[in-house]
Design a protein around this ligand. Structure first.
Ligand code: GBH
Length: 481
């Protein structure tokens, strides 16, 4: 028996699900789409589980109406999707616009709105146009202006109807996995160096896009712009790991949140730690952590809401003896899984719903009272498909209960919750081997049929949604199957 206190959620709470273009759309070379770094990465072979690719994925490019039916079946008030940059600007620049790509997103946006669903659009969810990677990708300083032009094009083209924007999804993950570890596209392995340059240019790009919106589009369109930051909740493994835990937080969430919400610069201790280690390691080519130029718009204040993606938590261990030139060496800390947290599906996803409540409170206490949207949170399945997924249903109940407590007991201003993901999809380097969907997608047949995972959760989800929409004060008691 568990209970989700529905009265905790405000009447206008956003109940949504999220997806990302490369993970669902397919149609990788249809109608004039240019290649992205994920097309290149997958086609190289040896990078992704089973050499899976997003060439077809859920084929949402052609099967959009099926996705819309799924959204309607769940009574979602919001849907978070991303635009494939190279579908509308095949070489990444506004020199070439692909009208078919623009048409696709117009159709999606219009049909969402006609169905009473509010779109939230992410401009970049890992799939950088290959043509821009060929010019250095996120390591090139010019990319910030190129991104600003792309963002402005989207604001101008779709902003009459779209009022919730996310510029970048998870800069931390993209910089770390794409430029430090090389396990995500573009597959660069350059420990302790490129990661900070890529992250810096992402922040510059975001800041420029926010300022462009604020100056040129907000007055007529009245929307809101932010960036989605992922963070695990972190706690010390033992009492002597407290300082390491602080560093761990600084190097993950604070790395991006501090410049935007606190000071306009990286956390002071992150900067001094990287500089001291550069000296110790004999690294002499200037600072590895770049500085924000006074000649550019500051990142400070460039978010109209806080968007957080939360999946899991870590216990943190001190690693200050590490002498490698690497991000983890700089951080001097390592996250490990508490054995009492069940692993659900994919190996890194240790389930700890309380971590979300704690993280929400931390964000409120540390950064800001601006509204918070949980832009991703979810649960995965591996192995044989289980349409009756009792564990997942329990997960959503437990999680929504924690979100409710964050709102009613901790006073956190949470405005919405987006489940990751609407559909089973291309799970990056895990291919189709890991399933996060609320709907199962049958990748073995060409129809790619969508089937709702059946569970008590279906009732939780729909009952929660519907009561929230009607604003009735109902305390839902939900029994597990
Ligand atoms: C989100 O990232 C993404 O935004 C979304 O696209 C994705 O589908 C979803 O998560 C589910 O994964 O052990 O080295 O393999 C969440 C952050 C980044 C956390 C990748 C786990 C795997 C590290 N995730 N990371 S590894």
């Amino acid at each position: 028996m568990s209970a989700v206190d529905i009265t905790a959620f405000p009447k206008d709470f956003a109940w949504g699900a999220a997806t990302a273009a490369y993970q669902i759309e397919g149609g990788w070379n249809m109608d004039g789409r240019g290649p992205s770094i994920w097309d290149t990465f997958c086609h190289e072979g040896g990078r992704v589980f089973g050499d899976h690719t997003g060439d077809v994925a859920c084929n949402s490019y052609q099967l959009w109406e099926e996705d819309l039916k799924c959204i309607q079946q769940l009574d979602l008030s919001h849907y978070r999707l991303s635009v494939s940059w190279s579908r509308i600007l095949p070489d990444g620049t506004t020199n070439h616009i692909n009208p078919k790509g623009v048409e696709y997103y117009n159709k999606v946006i219009d049909s969402l709105i006609a169905s009473g669903v509010t779109p939230m659009i992410t401009l970049w969810h890992m799939d950088l146009p290959q043509a821009l990677q060929d010019c250095g990708g996120w390591c090139s300083a010019e990319i910030a202006d190129t991104f600003e032009s792309y963002a402005s094009f989207c604001f101008k083209t779709f902003g009459d109807r779209v009022k919730l924007w996310i510029t970048l999804n998870e800069p931390y993950v993209c910089a770390m996995l794409g430029y430090e570890d090389g396990i995500f596209a573009p597959g660069i392995k350059d420990p302790g160096l490129s990661v900070y340059v890529a992250g810096h240019n992402m922040l510059r790009a975001h800041a420029k896009a926010w300022h462009a919106y604020n100056t040129h589009f907000r007055p007529s369109q009245g929307g809101q712009v932010s960036l989605a930051l992922n963070s695990d909740w972190a706690e010390p493994l033992t009492a002597k790991d407290a300082a390491a835990t602080e560093r761990y937080k600084e190097f993950t969430l604070d790395w991006f949140a501090c410049p935007v919400f606190c000071t306009g610069d990286y956390p002071e201790s992150m900067r001094s730690r990287i500089e001291n280690r550069s000296l110790e390691l004999g690294y002499k080519q200037g600072s590895r952590l770049p500085h924000f130029s006074k000649d550019e718009p500051s990142p400070l204040g460039t978010a109209d809401f806080f968007a957080v993606n939360y999946y899991t938590s870590r216990k943190v261990k001190d690693l200050s003896e590490n002498t490698e030139l690497s991000f983890v060496g700089d951080q001097g800390a390592e996250g490990v899984i508490d054995p009492s947290w069940p692993i659900c599906g994919v190996h890194w996803l240790a389930v700890y719903p309380e971590g979300l409540r704690k993280l929400l409170k931390y964000i409120k206490d540390t950064y800001t009272s601006v509204p918070i949207y949980i832009t991703e949170n979810g649960f995965s399945q591996m192995g044989p498909v289980q349409i009756e997924d009792v564990d997942r249903s329990q997960f959503y109940e437990d999680t929504l209960q924690q979100v409710g407590k964050a709102i009613s007991q901790d006073g956190v201003n949470v405005k919405g919750y987006f489940a990751w993901s609407l559909l089973d999809n291309f799970e990056w380097n895990d291919g189709f081997n890991v399933r996060f969907g609320l709907f199962h997608v049958d990748f073995s047949s060409s129809e790619l049929k969508r089937t709702l995972y059946r569970s008590v959760h279906q009732r939780t989800w729909r009952a929660t949604w519907q009561t929230s929409h009607t604003g009735k004060a109902v305390h839902l008691k939900l029994c597990s199957l």
